[in-house]
Each structure stands twice: as structure tokens, then as C-alpha cells.
Design a protein around this ligand. Sequence first.
Ligand code: CP
Ligand code: NVA
Length: 308
Amino acid sequence: MPDFLELSDIDSGVLRQILEQARSMKDARAGRPRGMPDDVQPLGGAVAALIFEKPSTRTRLSFDVGVRQLGGQPIVLSGQDLQIGRGESIGDTAKVMSRYADMAMIRTFGAETVQEFASNSDIPVINGLTDSSHPCQIMADVMTFEEIVGPIEGRRVVWLGAGSNVCNSFVEAAGQFGFDLVFSGPEQMKPDAPCMKFARSKGRSVEVETDPVAAVAGADLIVTDAWHSMHDDPGTKEKSQGLLGRYQVNERLMEAAGKKAIFMHCLPAHRGEEVTSEVIDGNRSAVFDEAENRLHVQKAIMRWCLNL
Ligand code: CP
Ligand code: NVA
């Protein structure tokens, strides 16, 4: 059974199919209480182990609720609850978990931890964020853009600020969903080179434009993320804030972008740092739709992983 580890690993037709299923499951639930199960219960009691080695609000809630809506049983575990917190190997943990659970979602630090977990598992594994990627988030973001604006193919997406894990997955999505991406931030905070190479190998333009005003011109979507991610060294916060100040998404940049641009942020946000309250709480912001769509798209990802 397949894993959902990186957007670049998965066939673009499969990613599209997952989005279509997410949309149809979302439509089928319109207006129902979140706690009410779906009419179709494909998980049929299957157990999903949800492992968090970093904090989470959206990923934790949306996977937990999503598993329940599909008729499965979530078990949420923190790294400290597990023996990995005391040094048990990832490989042994994965082998043991494969004897109890039907699938696993893991949020951790290095991408190699997820890879090692998956290669030692007999069950499908979903990447719930690493230091270098966040594929579930970008699936929700593409779904959200298409609900609000229309097909993302051929659009101009502008990423402002630090080239984070979320940014890396956005760049890979450019290759998979056929949009062009402009990164505008300090040169030393660019997205990872293999992600840019992947998108370019699929014929997409990935531009680096250090001037934020020039970058946003003609944008269909402006995206940013926290300037300081969970894995970043707290000692570097002040320095990075100094470098990133001019990339704050504010009214001036939204105006420079033009009328059609909408705004996205994976959350949690830091108002007054990477984005102003006027923008994130304004009428061009899609942030809570993105958060909701995590639920719908991850349900479709789980069904794909389990072939249900
Ligand atoms: N966007 C996102 O993944 O949020 P959490 O860290 O709250 O899960
Ligand atoms: N880049 C952020 C995303 C949080 C969902 C982090 O890793 O902290």
C-alpha cells in the first residue's frame, strides 16, 4: 500500500484524483455536524496511529476528526508518550506499530525519520510535516485556491518571506499542478534546491526575485509562513526578522499585487511579523478555508493510501 510522503513522489494524476475525491466528500457532508460520521464508512474500524514529535493544532485535530468521520479509530501519540522519547529506534517503533495499527501519520523533524519509519512499516505512512516539507498542507491549499478562484494551472503564485518546509512543498506542487512560482525573500532563505529542480524539470518557472514589490505584480496568490519554524534555532530569530522585514505581507504589497490576488497562510500566524492583521483578517484572506480543507483532503489521502 502506498505512502504519502512527498508531493514529488506521487503521480500528478493521483494528486488530482485525491483533490476530486476531497471535493466530493466535502460536498456530501455540507451542513452536517463535524462529529457525525460520513454516510460511507470506508475505514470500517481501522486504527490510525497519529504521531506528533512537534506541536500541532490543525494537523492533530483534522486527522483525528477525519479518521472518525471515515469510521476509523485514531490514536494520538506524542514522541514523549512513546519509547522513541527514550531512544528506541524509529525502525523498531515502525515495525511494532505495523502489528497494531492500519496506518500511521507522523510529524517529526528530519525527512529521513519519516523515510525510515515508512521503510520499516507494513502499513501506509503519511507525512504530517517535517523540517523540509508539509505535503498535506499544500494539497489543502491547492484545493482552497481552486474553490475560490478556479483551476490553478498556469497561475502565478508568489511566496514571500522565508523558504520554509511549507514553501518547499509549494514549489513541488508547482511542478505537479502546473503553476509558476516566484520566491521573494532573502537569497540565503531560498527553498531547497532539489524542490526547485523538480518543478523546473516539469517545465514550470521557479523564479527568485528579491524585490517583493516586483515579485507580487500580477500574482494570483500570495502565500507566506512563519518567519521562524518549529525546528529553527531560537537564537537566530532576531537576525532572520531583520532580514525578513521587507517581505511582510501588508496592504501595500497586496495593492502592488493587484486586485485578483488572494492571500494564504498555513497557520499558526504571527500578526505584525510575516503578515499584518489587515491582510490576514481581510476579505482576500483564505486562511480558515485552508484550515478546513486539511480535514477533507486528508480524508481523501487516507482513502488513497488504504485503497478504499
Ligand atoms: N498548518 C499546520 O500544519 O498547523 P498545525 O501546526 O497546527 O498542525
Ligand atoms: N513552517 C512552520 C509550519 C507550521 C505548520 C513550522 O514548521 O513551524
